[in-house]
Design a protein around this ligand. Structure first.
Ligand SMILES: Cc1ncc(COP(=O)(O)O)c(C=O)c1O
Length: 431
């Protein structure tokens, strides 16, 4: 039998160390909310490939759609021999996005979507500057890492990132960054770093992903919309992690009344197949001429077929409603665990739909981040059979990303394992 250790040894000798894994086991197969490693160990998966498999691992309808497309053709390049499924996916995305008169274009990865959203904004405005936020994560390519609002591990060691990018404060009131302070930090950028008339875009995750599942308050998003209108700036919402039902709506920005100019999508759009996209207002999206956008694999036909099936599953199985139900149950269980005296102390518990997280803190009832406790809980959970991920600007957040198709018994099993992890990790931290 192949062991996790033997693969780990081979990996060390073959794979660049820069690509790290959160967990030291190797996947063999997965189905809905369950995953088995090469040694036959079973896990409940509350990470689902970092918010990709909202429709569960290997949803039968998505697998069937991808297999059927494989029997027809796997690649022609849309830029050479175009195909209907790409056009239809654009039609569906335009319809779903809360943007009037929308146009779409497809790529392969989230970072590529972000790169292109900025490029389109620069073309549409004739300006260079971009404002992003502290704690934001937009990817690992050169532009995307520059937009990302955290040095370690995303920028460290790779030198000074691209210029003309400025970071404002993301509002996190319970860590002392109020909406007013966050808005003031944008005004400071306009005063100190770059004139508003030179800013092409403001890019924001309506709910920070890697940054810790903090939701941008509606009044903040409305104020950003106002600033963008006032200064002719393109408002980009990065919904790569928060999209496709994760927060209880198709897009997290729909929880506010704000209409962005551009939305970037990826991850859960195709339930595990690599496709990403940029959807935006026609006047912005058509700023670049023919040939200005694309990529050999962008909108790959197998991934487009999977995306159609994934969107249909989200609609037919009412996964937005399911997301709200799962999130409410998670928050209820977490609040009950938080009240206990004999567990690793939990601070803030938050969730928008099934985008749920909690913070580990120094002491019960306190608010001082304890990042090492988050790592201990994640490690203990893995030992017990639950896959979860740490995140957060302060490093003390644990995020829960159950598939929206998870059976109730697996949801409860996962939450039981989480409770045990919080009990047992406290003992180990204390010891
Ligand atoms: C909000 C957000 N934007 C961009 C990205 C980058 O996506 P990718 O890893 O597919 O390049 C991610 C990935 O986690 C993300 O969460």
């Amino acid at each position: 039998m192949t062991s996790n250790q033997s693969l780990h040894d081979r990996r060390g000798a073959a794979v660049a160390q820069g690509v790290a894994s959160a967990h030291p086991f190797y996947a063999a197969r997965a189905e809905n909310a369950e995953l088995w490693d090469v040694e036959g160990n079973r896990f409940i998966d509350f990470a689902i490939g970092i918010a990709v498999c909202n429709t569960g691992h290997c949803h039968p309808k998505i697998m069937a759609a991808a297999k059927a497309q494989c029997d027809l053709f796997t690649h022609t390049a849309f830029q050479v021999s175009a195909y209907e499924s790409y056009i239809h996916l654009a039609e569906r995305l335009n319809e779903l996005a809360p943007i009037e008169d929308a146009r779409s274009v497809f790529f392969s990865t989230g970072a590529e979507a972000v790169e292109n959203a900025v490029k389109i904004s620069r073309a549409a405005t004739g300006r260079q500057g971009v404002i992003a936020f502290t704690g934001a994560f937009h990817g690992r390519t050169e532009m995307a890492r520059a937009l990302t609002g955290k040095i370690v591990p995303y920028k460290a060691g790779a030198g000074v990132p691209m210029p003309a990018i400025f970071h404002a404060d993301f509002p996190v009131p319970h860590h002392g960054v109020t909406v007013e302070a966050a808005l003031a930090s944008i005004q400071k950028i306009f005063k100190v770093d770059i004139e508003a008339k030179d800013v092409a875009a403001i890019i924001i995750e309506p709910v920070l992903g890697e940054g810790g599942f903090y939701q941008a308050p509606t009044e903040f998003l409305q104020a950003l919309r106002g600033l963008c209108d006032e200064h002719g700036i393109v408002l980009i919402c990065d919904e790569i992690q928060s999209g496709f039902g994760r927060t209880g709506k198709m897009f997290a920005i729909e929880h506010s009344s704000v209409e962005p100019d551009i939305i970037t999508v990826a991850k859960a759009i195709a339930g595990g197949f690599p496709v990403s996209g940029v959807v935006g207002k026609e006047s912005v999206m058509n700023a670049l001429g023919p040939g200005g956008l694309g990529g050999t694999y962008g909108g790959n036909p197998v991934a487009c077929a999977a995306a159609h099936a994934a969107i249909t599953v989200i609609e037919e199985e009412k996964l937005c409603e399911r997301s709200a139900e799962i999130g409410a149950r998670m928050v209820e269980r977490l609040e009950a665990i938080k009240a206990r005296d004999d567990v690793t102390p939990i601070g803030d518990v938050r969730g928008l739909g099934a985008m749920v997280a909690f913070e580990t803190v120094e002491e019960k009832g306190g608010n001082t981040p304890k990042p090492e406790a988050a790592l201990a809980v994640v490690a203990k959970a893995r030992e017990l059979g639950l896959i979860i991920l740490p995140c957060g600007y302060w490093g003390n957040t644990v995020r829960l990303l159950a598939p929206l198709t998870i059976p109730m018994e697996h949801l409860e099993e996962g939450l039981d394992l989480l409770e045990q992890s919080l009990e047992q990790s406290r003992v180990e931290i204390a010891a």
